[in-house]
Design a protein around this ligand. Structure first.
Ligand SMILES: N[C@@H](CCC(=O)N[C@@H](CS)C(=O)NCC(=O)O)C(=O)O
Length: 202
């Protein structure tokens, strides 16, 4: 049995989207980031970083949301896992790019622009993160101007991983990046994405 650890209000939304695409059944430990449940010896034995998501797939334990999605799609022979080596490499490229250029920047920006208690917010940190985010969004927009999907002719794990990470973009003004805006809407219109979003937002 596949067991998913992590609440949908975390990066686990990416995993929940993927299992929806694959039609997998799973058990869900909907633990929030930094909750006591992520600090137990049992949890830390699965992920010494104490972070979510983590999966336990019949005893095979894996963390890192991007790696989890690649693993699940490949294991289940999903067409979402690019068959062509070049498209597979593009899936890696975009997933690693997102992790490097956007992932932590988005979270840090969201914290310092509003999520943290006011006294803990630092406008300078928010501004520097926003500068990195806008630069990365311009890169993504340029790539999507050349074609509708990031790795080949169809929606794939590359799109799911990057669009999943851009969840907050759904409630942002993306008019400066029209190709990202349209692509993000296409990705999140998928039934599995909608189901994952419903789990997050209720
Ligand atoms: N690169 C990791 C990041 C995981 C991560 O930072 N998860 C956050 C929740 S979205 C977390 O568990 N944070 C707990 C903490 O900071 O202690 C991934 O993509 O899975």
């Amino acid at each position: 049995m596949l067991r998913i650890h992590g609440a949908p209000q975390s990066r686990t939304i990416r995993t929940l989207w993927m299992v929806g695409e694959l039609g997998l059944s799973y058990e869900h430990n909907s633990v929030l980031p930094r909750a006591p449940g992520t600090r137990t010896p049992e949890f830390l034995a699965m992920n010494a970083n104490g972070r979510v998501p983590v999966i336990d797939d019949d005893g095979f334990v894996l963390s890192e949301s991007m790696a989890i999605n690649m693993y699940l799609a490949k294991k289940h022979n999903s067409p979402l896992y690019p068959a062509d080596p070049k498209n597979e490499a593009l899936m890696w490229q975009w997933s690693l790019w997102e992790t490097d250029r956007l992932d932590r920047q988005i979270t840090t920006y969201a914290n310092h622009a509003g999520a943290l208690p006011e006294a803990q917010r630092d406008p300078a940190i928010a501004a520097s993160m926003w500068a990195e985010i806008t630069a990365a969004m311009a890169v993504l927009d340029g790539a999507l101007a050349k074609g509708p999907w990031l790795a080949g002719g169809d929606f794939s794990v590359a799109d799911l991983n990057v669009a999943g990470a851009l969840f907050r973009g759904l409630s942002m003004d993306l008019s400066a990046w029209p190709h990202v805006k349209e692509w993000l809407a296409r990705c999140w219109a998928r039934p599995a994405a909608q189901a994952a979003r419903k789990m997050r937002e209720g």
